[in-house]
Write a protein that binds this ligand. Sequence first.
Ligand SMILES: [Zn+2]
Length: 80
Amino acid sequence: MQAEMVAIVGFHQDEVGDWVADFSCGHRQHMRHNPPLTDRPWVLTETGRGEFIGRLLVCKQCQDEREANTNMTTDSIDYA
Ligand SMILES: [Zn+2]
């Protein structure tokens, strides 16, 4: 399966103050700084976040949606 890259277009904070990245595909993903589980000190500073704007990454949610669609198609062929 081909991984589709999306860009980080911005950041915002959720209702409890955790940082959330906005992706170009419209999805969002938490970018928590919660050591030692997730160590992202860069997300706490405007400069650090700015360096990630425009970065390309694989959107897990897009992948999950594609896999769900693929599975549905496969199921209907196998079990219909
Ligand atoms: Zn996405």
